[in-house]
Design a protein around this ligand. Sequence first.
Ligand code: NAD
Ligand code: 3DD
Length: 440
Amino acid sequence: MALTVSKTPTGSEYKVKDISQAVFGRLEIELAEVEMPGLMSCRSEFGPSQPFQGARITGSLHMTVQSAVLIETLTALGAEVRWCSCNIFSTQDHAAAAIARDSAGVKAEEEYEKSGKLPDVNGCENREYRIVFRIIKDRLLVDPTRYRRIKERLVGVSEETTTGVKRLYQMQANGSLLFPAINVNDSVTKKKFDNLYGCRHSLPDGLKRATDVIIAGKIAVVCGYGDVGKGCAAALKRAGARVIVTEIDPICALQALMDGTPVLTLEDVVSEADIFLTTTGNKNIIMVHHMKQMKNNAIVCNIGHFDNEIDMHGLETYPGVKRITVKPQTDRWVFPETNNGIIVLAEGRLINLGCATGHPSFVMSCSFTNQVIAQLELWKERGAGKYEKKVYVLPKHLDEKVAALHLGKLGAKLTKLTPAQAACISVPVEGPYKPPQYRY
Ligand code: NAD
Ligand code: 3DD
């Protein structure tokens, strides 16, 4: 397997599918910038002072047009940025090419992820890489922890998504968190926007591009009714589907019922439903024994965590099953006993990023403005001892600032409180009373 890394005239390295797509990528990035007021405001507010001077930021997040605007906001504030994608289907090659040509070092090639193994050292055309890989492999054999010492130089990490944040809290609890972490996901202007409205927009986009099956009139099962599940259920309802929710949490289940959506178990509906969607962030939600019972050409897809919500391993290894690839990321799997097939999208990975282009720019601007603020905070406070090896959330006033940065674009005008009104509704932040932190 050839491992070749290219360099731009300015020397930044990149590995992307087709650098010639940079022209197209740049055009789409320019369109996205107009829809991302929060990020553009960060550039005008913080750009002059170059707060990230000396900072080297590396990101692993879907390499999309929207992420490209985030990357170029970080570089506009003075950071040196390197990026790699985090999913084998979500890279938008034209965005990767534009960033590679104009901004950061980008590795958006997912061939190693698909093969599941590092390139063969001897297969690398690039002599330097052969040497580097040899050194890395030899030293890891001697000291598997050798490359953990990087943590001494690491200032911290900001985490984008629900499942990633859950992993960080688990690491904090078991003492394996190596550096401070900011939980971007639980900023209200991230979770209640990206996860909810972003999925409400991008789920139907993915379904239609992948299958062009009508949603209206169909029975759709949404596993999980958190923010992602709520957004998806709303989208499917608006498209005319009869939605059924599965849940483990009584409060989320009750919310579904209040939204007019029945709550049943997967076993109750598996042989009747037409569309199955997992949104839980959990694993082993739809197993192969469920898929065997489904109607012919039932659609099975996931928008939650990566490819372990759907039992792809069980499906791929089912005796006698036949995989028919209709088109990239749309596969029909036929069971030998019934000759019935189910349609699995994006190989069980994220449908909105695998079969479509993910969330639109405006809602990603909310998420990514939180990312910039989190990175600025970690960099500004580095070495000041403010942050321990724990997980932190951003303060409410910054959350409100992110929201405020996005109101003008949609023509909103906020009402101003009189002092008497402000006094009437203010809640003392310090002292015995702490307003409850709702996650719902
Ligand atoms: P959440 O915790 O708010 O919601 C998950 C819900 O699933 C919870 O209500 C939980 O009770 C329920 N659940 C857990 N196990 C279940 C099971 N076995 N059966 C039924 N329900 C179950 O999380 P969220 O913010 O909605 O995110 C969900 C997942 O989506 C996470 O993995 C997150 O990282 C991911 N996510 C994906 C995108 C995307 O663009 N594809 C965007 C944001 C978040
Ligand atoms: N995610 C969805 N659409 C995206 C896009 N257009 N660019 C980058 C990332 C995108 C994933 C996010 O919703 C992320 O916040 C998550 O998974 O929580």
